[in-house]
Write a protein that binds this ligand. Structure first.
Ligand code: DQA
Length: 147
């Protein structure tokens, strides 16, 4: 059984009502359902959200210890958290997978969103496809997993 950690950073708990013109109308429980419906047998989805940088970093440490692939939406931490970057590097440099995802396309938005301090140590980045960004990341993880 592969357990995919789907980790979401600050303010993403407000999806559904937060800036629906940017992030859509669906909330995290809806995202969980979409991912679970898409996951093949033998793949489980463990979706979490926190506004707390330390908690998010702890979950990345857990990913190293349990050898779990990660889909990570770092939200605003993307743009400035070197501590989060170092935690992502802990996973990827020990052979694990972290796919950075964004619902919106940060490059098409305000300038401060154009830089990600996480991307340089992530396995890959998918942005701009709404919740489909997460589904694309799950597909990549499944295809890369040893059969
Ligand atoms: C986001 C983009 C970030 O710039 C923003 O701070 C978020 C969400 C996205 O999924 O599009 O909170 O990561």
């Amino acid at each position: 059984m592969t357990n995919v950690l789907v980790l979401n950073g600050p303010n993403l708990g407000r999806l559904g009502s937060r800036e629906p013109d940017v992030y859509g109308n669906q909330d995290l429980p809806a995202l969980t359902k979409l991912l679970e419906a898409d996951a093949p047998s033998g793949v489980s989805i463990d979706l979490r959200q926190t506004d707390d940088e330390a908690e998010l970093i702890g979950w990345l440490h857990e990913a190293v210890d349990t050898d779990s692939p990660v889909i990570l939406n770092p939200a605003a931490f993307t743009h400035y958290s070197y501590a989060l970057r170092d935690a992502v590097a802990l996973v990827t440099k020990s052979g694990g997978t972290v796919i950075e995802v964004h619902i919106s396309n940060p490059h098409a938005r305000e300038e401060f969103r154009h830089n990600s301090v996480v991307s340089g140590v992530a396995t890959g980045v998918i942005a701009g496809f709404g919740f489909e960004s997460y589904l694309l990341a799950l597909g990549a993880i499944v295809r890369r997993s040893p059969k």
